[in-house]
Design a protein around this ligand. Structure first.
Ligand SMILES: Nc1ncnc2c1ncn2[C@@H]1O[C@H](COP(=O)(O)OP(=O)(O)OP(=O)(O)O)[C@@H](O)[C@H]1O
Ligand SMILES: [Mg+2]
Length: 346
């Protein structure tokens, strides 16, 4: 946040910050500078190649428009309102939080904090209440990002619903505060498309659309590894193999139809948190244990049922098609699981 702090303190001007940022993006002359810290945070996320590339494109665009302006050339307006669409747990909220700092470091936002809201935070219960609630949230987000989760729910009740009033208040805020507020509308892909489809005026006001794809099984495995390492844990080889097999079996292998296990990285986080509790239970039964045992997650610590269950077609499941685990894969998985957990217990 060095650039951001310098900006906030008035030590450097926004054009200077943008020039620094352009150098970090490889756009400046001479030796390329290291990525600014918050961009490095974005890069550290597993996968999301297209998302990372698009963020760099947006920053480069903003930096070059500033340089063109400084050179007396025509410059395009820099409008940074965005739509994030993707399934649950694909990293939309995580990226928005990092983006606040990224845009601040680039001099594109003065504070860069992120205010996360959903329908209930914006929509009131009587005439006038909605505008007041929405304005309060806009005020709180001033200088940073207003992240509207499940934004399509604002259109839920149609024309007569107070959600429409919330949308109107947000649109007005976008006009009034274009230099110090970025609004991000987030939600599932189909719902967001439908939402923008019935609000054509909105679509044009949100020029940046970022699609968050489902993670591949290998990416989910890496995410589990990253989450564990961040907490000073590590997967034992057998645990890693069991998790990899479960993730692949859950309909996410090459050629599998879209819509594997619901929850993506969120499901992995739940698994990691549950594994930490299960490992604790396993170790607490012993009179003592060494440092290595405190660190290593065995296959028995992983509750893979949520992942394998996700591979079964759920009765009355949502829109995403689910692939049934072929019997031979299920059997292989069961054997792998039994061997791995048996190996730990004996
Ligand atoms: N690429 C990634 N690398 C590491 N961790 C990730 C990644 N993407 C998501 N996570 C982690 O997974 C969890 C869920 O991510 P996040 O909340 O950003 O998803 P989301 O798309 O906002 O989901 P929802 O639509 O349900 O709100 C968080 O704990 C986040 O830190
Ligand atoms: Mg979210």
């Amino acid at each position: 946040m060095a650039l951001c702090a310098a900006l906030a303190a008035g030590a450097i001007s926004p054009p200077h910050a943008l020039a620094e940022l352009a150098r970090g993006l490889g756009g400046g002359g001479g030796a390329p500078a290291a990525s600014p810290p918050s961009l490095a945070g974005l890069d550290a996320l597993v996968g999301l190649g297209r998302v990372k590339a698009l963020v760099r494109e947006v920053l480069a665009f903003a930096a070059i428009q500033e340089r063109r302006r400084a050179a007396g050339l025509k410059a395009e307006p820099v409008v940074l309102h965005m739509v994030f669409s993707g399934n649950p747990g694909t990293g939309k909220t995580t990226v928005a939080r990092i983006l606040g700092a990224v845009l601040c470091e680039a001099g594109l936002l003065p504070r860069g904090h992120v205010v996360e809201v959903e329908r209930a935070d914006l929509v009131g219960e009587y005439i006038g209440h909605t505008a007041q609630k929405a304005r309060e949230q806009v005020r709180a987000a001033q200088g940073g990002i207003l992240f509207v989760d499940e934004a399509y729910s604002l259109a839920r009740g149609g024309e007569r619903d107070f959600g429409k009033e919330a949308i109107d208040t947000l649109v007005k805020a976008m006009e009034d505060r274009k230099h110090d507020l970025v609004i991000i509308l987030a939600g599932y892909r189909d719902e967001m498309q439908a939402f923008l489809g019935v609000n054509p005026g909105l679509r044009s006001r949100f020029p940046i659309h970022i699609d968050f794809p489902d993670y591949t099984p290998d990416e989910l495995l890496d995410i589990a590894g990253v989450m564990l390492v961040a907490r000073d844990y590590r997967l034992a080889p057998a645990a890693r193999a069991a998790l990899a097999a479960a993730l692949r079996a859950a309909g996410r292998g090459a050629g599998a139809p879209p819509g594997g296990p619901p929850g993506n990285a969120r499901m992995v986080r739940n698994l990691v948190e549950a594994a930490i509790r299960r490992q604790a239970l396993r170790l607490a039964a012993r009179p003592a244990c060494g440092r290595e045992e405190l660190v290593v997650m065995e296959a028995a610590d992983l509750d893979l049922h949520e992942i394998t269950a996700a591979a079964q077609p759920a009765a009355g499941a949502g829109s995403a098609p689910r692939r049934e685990v072929p019997p031979d894969v299920a059997l292989a998985l069961r054997q792998l699981w039994d061997t791995a957990t048996g190996a730990v217990q004996h």
